[in-house]
Design a protein around this ligand. Sequence first.
Ligand code: 5GP
Ligand code: MN
Length: 339
Amino acid sequence: MAFSEKLITSLNDILRTRRKSVIIIHPQPDADALGASLAWKKFLERRGHEATIISPTEYTKNLNWLPGVDAVLVYENEAIKAKCHELLQNAELIFCLDFNNFSRLEQLGAIVQSAEAAKVLIDHHQQPEPFAQIMFSDTSYCATSEMLYDIIAALHCTDWIDEDLALCLYTGLVTDNGFFQFNNTTPRSMHIAASLLEKGVRPDYVSEKINNIFRENRLRFFGYCLHEKLKLVKDGKVAYMMLSSEEIKRFNLQSGDSEGLVNYPFKIEGVVVSAYFSEETDKIKVSFRSRGAVDVNQFARKHFEGGGHRNAAGGKSYLGLEKTEKKFLDALNDLPLYN
Ligand code: 5GP
Ligand code: MN
């Protein structure tokens, strides 16, 4: 079993006695955060719980086909803030999925932290803050969705996984391992994916829904970034793109539309780090990707108030584009670029 018996027993016990749950995910939730939370909500409801998902910010419309996603409460929506506060106050259990520190939640962090409910963390990122009474934290999983499958299996409940629940888990699993391309893909990921296909998931459907749903302006934006904005430094080992809010506005993008762009520079042989900087109203959001031993988790932690995984991390900067670029280039001198 992937998790200790003690951990599974403590989860089982707490699920038996507490039946009002809130599930929290990270801002700008990706398919793993959404897939895992939707699957866990279905699972909890099947067990007779009340369960509500709160996302700190809006989720991308690109994922509006995930079964049950309409029920996700978006905290940044002023009209439902009070309702979210009330749910958090009255919750008996708070599940924190696909993130592992409260600073990631921004404003919502303090509210979740001060809620009286018992907290359960289920996450696969590095260096978790030890804030939860029950911690499922394991970086060997490619996705939180992969972990949830194993948790459900350890609870002897795989029979409860119906096609919709399987679709949510499969989508989270394949998006976080790049459809089995990244080095976080393991025999276990493949076995779990196979079990989810046996529940009726169609891999071609998920691939199309994730990969081939661009609107024209989004593909043209990718083209613009790669043609006009891509810079290569450090003998072609580091690629980066910096986009101003004005440029982003010009392409009339929706949230989630830059998802995936940061992976394109790896098409160039020899690139081991790729970074994408996008200017938002109050900050610059940064996405980092790397290959092999190059550790962008540490890099993001040290220089950009962020974190994530060794080969996929994110962070932020409040310095403006020009100074952020200089900071990035300076910081690179500190980053060993072996592969
Ligand atoms: P993305 O570049 O796709 O936004 O994020 C890549 C990875 O880094 C994800 O696993 C995500 O959870 C993590 N990540 C992104 N932004 C942040 C951040 O600001 N703080 C931390 N700790 N992790 C982040
Ligand atoms: Mn994830």
